[in-house]
Write a protein that binds this ligand. Structure first.
Ligand code: F6R
Length: 253
């Protein structure tokens, strides 16, 4: 696990965008795993700027998003479909047919999960997976539980997640209670993983993730088992990492 600590959110976003750019330069038909939420917004903005300057070509890139709320149609402003098109896809030359986001209004949700998992495999697996992290340590919508399904599945969101995400809705009541998410196994099959976090509210989850002790109570701890993970965090998100763990990680400020 490589850990990069940056001075602030903008530097975190820059480092992440550079990694994505390098990946696409090396493999024009890269399969990218993408996240929604506040954290990757700066990275998406920089990638759009790079595209506009002619530095990246997304025409052969294939994307898979981690998750989608159940019950929200793609045109619902709080759906992850809407988020991705509004904040990223509408501004780059990715082909619509190469974009994959779970369908939260599928009639048969179990079938939708199986289909999604199959589509990832058919694309040859994810080359680079971008992750955010929940305050409770979730990745994708894999919430802290006694046991966690490993493949793409339907999940019930925890109160922590509903509280954290209500800022995007008029009230907590409006936040969907269920979602489809790629499983920890689907995520761990990615060849490379980059996890981003910024702000003090992520510090506890980051401390646990870096500790190297696996627990389903902090789903991101599974990343310790992956051979190619880069964690890019700002100073606030890094603020609870104990000195002894800091010594072992590569810190670039
Ligand atoms: C979003 C996702 C979630 C978020 C996490 C952090 O697709 O999978 O795991 O990455 O909830 O969200 P923000 O970035 O809004 O703090």
């Amino acid at each position: 696990m490589k850990v990069i600590i940056t001075v602030n959110y903008d530097e975190m976003s820059k480092k992440a965008a550079e990694i994505v750019k390098k990946q696409i330069k090396e493999k024009h038909n890269t399969v990218l795993g993408l996240a929604t939420g506040s954290t990757p917004l700066g990275m998406y903005k920089l990638l759009i700027e790079m595209y506009k300057r002619g530095e990246i070509d997304f025409s052969n890139v294939i994307t898979f998003n981690l998750d989608e709320y159940i019950g929200l149609s793609p045109d619902h402003p709080q759906s992850y479909h809407y988020f991705m098109f509004h904040n990223f896809f509408n501004h780059i030359n990715v082909k619509k047919e190469n974009v994959h986001i779970p369908n939260g209004i599928a009639e048969d949700l179990e079938e939708e999960c199986r289909k999604y998992e199959g589509e990832i495999e058919k694309a040859g697996g994810i080359d680079l997976q971008i992750l955010g992290i929940g305050v409770n340590g979730h990745i994708g919508f894999n919430e802290p539980e006694e046991s966690i399904e490993t493949k793409t599945h339907v999940v019930t969101l925890t109160e922590d997640t509903i509280n954290a995400n209500k800022r995007f809705f008029k009230s907590a009541e409006e936040v969907p209670r269920k979602a489809i998410t790629m499983g920890l196994g689907s995520i761990m099959k990615a060849k490379k993983i980059v996890l981003l976090a910024s702000g003090k509210n992520k510090a506890e989850a980051i401390k646990e993730t870096i500790k190297g002790q696996l627990t389903t109570k902090v789903p991101a701890t599974v990343l310790a088992l992956h051979p190619d993970v880069t964690i890019i965090i700002d100073k606030e998100a890094a603020s609870l990492i104990p000195d002894e763990d800091l010594k072992e990680i590569e810190v670039i400020i």
